[in-house]
Design a protein around this ligand. Structure first.
Ligand SMILES: [Zn+2]
Length: 641
């Protein structure tokens, strides 16, 4: 519209206004966006330990007249389900046409888009830029520049510009990377050839490049975990901070090999030529991003070898690998965008993430990465978490899925009321219900395993995306067993839940009870997070320095007026510690006196008597007498090798 166009020009600085005016006058021919044959991308990662990477990109252009070339920086990153492209960290951007600097301007509305002036007769346009620091602290979902002096993780989406309005599959990129001396690397990119410290790759589509991160480091070990009889190679590439972290026990290596076998038994196909688990052990928390032919994971230092981190790492690796089928090959239509600028629709994340989380539990147990008891503890924890989610009273799982693009970075405070990315917690319980219904309806002959082989099956060995809709999903389930799946999903997804319910566990023959006995999965999670999670008892989650990070509004602590960001200073007139607080909760079971808490907030002390006398309530699964135990049946191994 002319009005919008005028407003757009006036919002850019004077220099840009004049440049734009000149550009409008000089560009006599309106031309479609150029589709360069092959983009050349050379990354210098020799400074990765300083958390700075540099890139040079060449775009062949052949134009007799001056024009603008619009280049874009990836904004919506697959697997992040959000516009998390780290545009603020793209620095030192310069363009040159046949060796001479040329002007450029960022689009005033879409700041991921750059208008570059290409003079008449230009044959080659070169972009130089750097990426600093990558992801901002606090965005703990996406792996970013997690480099240390001995390791690094290169995500190509952070290091590439590409022509606007093009389909990523149709853009070809010839990439190379220079690494620090003596560093090893691993990636799913095909045919690397190394000369000195530079590795060159065969040209691939932009889609494949961005789907194939590269991990590198000086302390590395590669484990071949290909099961006998499987034609695709499966490698576990571990980049550690400490050499002792590379010493995976033989039984752990065998469990990862079992995981590969179990994925074959479940899906009956593989949508990759080979698969790499790319694991960087360096941080304090676990994080992962899925790809077609590799994972990209960060785990704590020594995280693959020392409990409790190794149990969580096993679950994480299983989760990301399952995404190769559920998320990469079969993808909800709203997430199957053709470039990285188009907004994604997260409505079906309760399938993409929820079903993946369910199968991560199931295959974790089937492969031996986790014991059945660990998986049951975790399911009890998921149910308990959902039971305390006050936010389920105003917001359903569908709304949570649709809001994922902001919930990942919403932070922990008030998440019990706000809700978080709960499809990772509520999803497994929903899919356990689906699995149990399938088993019950077919008298054990069919299950979600049947659905997995039908929905995520052939073609084998081909990397491709096959989008699906909600209707496709319902039809596929009906093909396994006829049932009113639509009513089930609409009831679960659209209903708000003011009261605790656990239809998933109950369908599988189990329920949740609360006792004084610790839940081992919760203990492990607290070891990793360094937080005291008392949300199922007094109603608080507390950081290791005593700061309240979340409160259940309808718990005793919530009713007493406690809130996130308050720092606990004292418990019953003694200096606060987590152990002392736990003991005070236990002692209060046998006394009518309230627990006195002293807080410090914004420079003010506060006193809060909390009237709570039910002790440390930890969730556990308990059998429902007389109902078949479908959960234990589901967790049985299926591999035959
Ligand atoms: Zn996931």
């Amino acid at each position: 519209m002319p009005f919008l166009c005028l407003q757009r020009v006036c919002r850019v600085p004077l220099f840009s206004c004049l440049w734009w005016l000149g550009l409008v006058l000089s560009a006599t021919v309106a031309r479609p966006q150029e589709k360069p044959s092959t983009i050349s991308l050379d990354v210098d990662a020799t400074t990765i330990s300083r958390k700075i990477l540099s890139a040079r990109e060449s775009f062949p252009v052949a134009s007799p007249s001056a024009h603008t070339l619009d280049l874009v920086y990836p904004k919506w990153i697959p697997g992040n389900h959000a516009p998390t492209g780290p545009i603020a960290d793209l620095v030192n951007l310069r363009f040159a046409a046949d060796g001479k600097n040329v002007a450029w301007a960022r689009d005033p509305v879409d700041i991921f888009r750059f208008h570059v002036m290409v003079p008449a007769g230009t044959s080659s346009l070169v972009a130089d830029f750097s990426l600093v620091g990558a992801y901002a602290p606090g965005n703990d979902f996406a792996p970013g520049n997690t480099s240390t002096p001995v390791q690094g993780d290169v995500n190509w989406d952070q290091l590439v510009l590409y022509p606007a309005d093009t389909i990523a599959d149709q853009v070809t990129v010839s990439a190379s990377i220079r690494l620090p001396d003596q560093w090893s690397f691993a990636t799913a990119l095909p045919h690397p050839s190394q000369q000195g410290g530079t590795i060159r790759f065969d040209p691939v589509s932009l889609t494949t490049l961005i789907d194939s991160p590269l991990m590198c480091g000086s302390i590395m070990r590669e484990f071949d975990i290909t099961p006998k009889g499987v034609s695709q190679r499966h490698l576990l590439d571990l980049f550690e901070k400490s050499p002792e972290g590379l010493n995976l026990p033989p039984e752990r290596i065998a469990a990862f090999r079992n995981l590969v076998s179990e994925t074959g038994a479940l899906f009956r196909s593989r949508h990759y030529a080979s698969y790499h688990f790319l694991v960087e052990a360096q941080g304090e928390t676990s994080d992962g991003l899925e790809h077609h032919q590799s994972s990209d994971e960060q785990v704590p230092e020594l995280g693959m070898v020392s409990p409790p981190f190794s149990a969580e790492a096993g679950n994480l690796l299983a989760h990301e690998m399952i995404h190769s089928w559920n998320g990469k090959f079969r993808r909800p239509a709203g997430l199957a965008t053709t470039d990285y600028q188009q907004a994604m629709v997260g409505d079906m994340l309760w399938v993409y993430e929820g079903l993946t989380s369910y199968w991560a539990e199931v295959l974790g147990a089937r492969s031996g990465l986790e014991t059945r008891a660990q998986v049951k503890d975790r399911l009890a924890l998921y149910q308990a978490e959902m039971d305390t989610r006050t936010g389920r009273g105003w917001r359903n799982l569908q709304d949570v899925s649709r809001s994922a693009q902001v919930l990942y970075s919403a932070g922990q405070p008030w998440s019990i009321l706000r809700r978080s990315t709960d499809f990772y917690r509520e999803g497994p319980l929903l899919w356990l219900q689906v699995d149990s219904i399938l088993r019950e309806k077919s008298k054990g002959a069919r299950s979600l395993d049947t659905f997995a082989a039908e929905f995520f099956g052939p073609p084998d060995g081909v990397v491709t995306v096959k989008p699906y809709t909600y209707e496709d999903l319902v039809a596929a389930l009906n093909h396994v067993a006829t049932y009113d799946w639509n009513s089930l999903f609409q009831g679960d997804l659209l209903a708000t839940r003011p009261t605790p319910v656990s239809p998933g566990l109950e369908a599988a023959g189990w329920t949740v009870i609360y006792t004084d006995e610790p839940n081992q999965a919760a203990v492990d999670a607290e070891s990793v997070s360094q937080q005291a999670d008392l949300s199922t008892s007094i109603g608080l989650v507390i950081d290791q320095d005593g700061t309240i990070v979340d409160v259940a509004p309808d718990s005793a602590a919530g009713r007493a007026g406690l809130a996130p960001a308050m720092k606990l200073m004292g418990v019953n007139h003694r200096v606060y510690s987590a152990d002392l607080f736990r003991q005070a909760i236990v002692n209060a079971e046998t006394t009518p006196q309230a627990i006195d808490l002293l807080t410090l907030t914004d420079g003010y002390y506060g006193e809060f008597p909390v009237d709570y006398h039910q002790g440390l309530r930890s969730p556990h699964l308990a059998r429902i007498p007389g109902k078949p135990d479908l959960l234990t049946t589901t967790l049985q191994p299926r591999r035959t090798d």
